[in-house]
Ligand binder design. Sequence first.
Ligand SMILES: [Zn+2]
Ligand SMILES: [Zn+2]
Ligand SMILES: [Zn+2]
Length: 229
Amino acid sequence: MLVKDHRDIHRQFKVIFEREGLDRIDERLSILEAFLGAETHMTSAELTKILNEKGVSVSESFVAENLRLFSRYGFAQEKKFTGQVPRYEHRHLGRHHDHFICVRCGTIIEFYSPEIETLQTEVARRMGFHDLQHQMEIYGLCSNCLQKREPAIPLTMASPGERVRIIGFVGGKGMERRLTGMGLNRGADVEVIKSSGPGPLIVASRETRIALGYGMAKNILVSMAHNTE
Ligand SMILES: [Zn+2]
Ligand SMILES: [Zn+2]
Ligand SMILES: [Zn+2]
């Protein structure tokens, strides 16, 4: 963003702070400054750390309160990506982008596709819907995490939403028979519904959901479905 834009926002906010009768204006302006100085998707904890390192001692709750204030006035945008704490990014009026979110490392990548944008509006119009705004979030694995993956991993290491192919079993013939009996055959594609947290793993094979204990699931070796096609 242009430095001039930021200076302008600074001036606008001073007026807003004073009009709202808010206290601690200097601290609020420091928070705004630090927020505008970083072109990322920040959590209130991350922004608090930046400020504390600069010698501005403010609490995380005060930073969070100000981030919500910036959002209310359209200077920041709150993003609630699935599985993550709220993040804030700059809101540049009239400019738009969408997001890829890596479910493995949490990396957020921005993208803009004029073709997708036009298509979305066309689809809306065709359905008699007038679109005002949208947020597109695509969850998956970033190129870094993809590279780091082993070609065969235990099912317990697959991420929710991933489609994987069963390529083998460990634990002997008895284990293979038990799993095959549940419909988990070598070569079958399954979708991972839940792979962590308490309770069993849940996978879907065609239309059937299958619950698997952790002990059993780690005996199933899988690869990404599209890699083996
Ligand atoms: Zn978009
Ligand atoms: Zn990643
Ligand atoms: Zn963004």
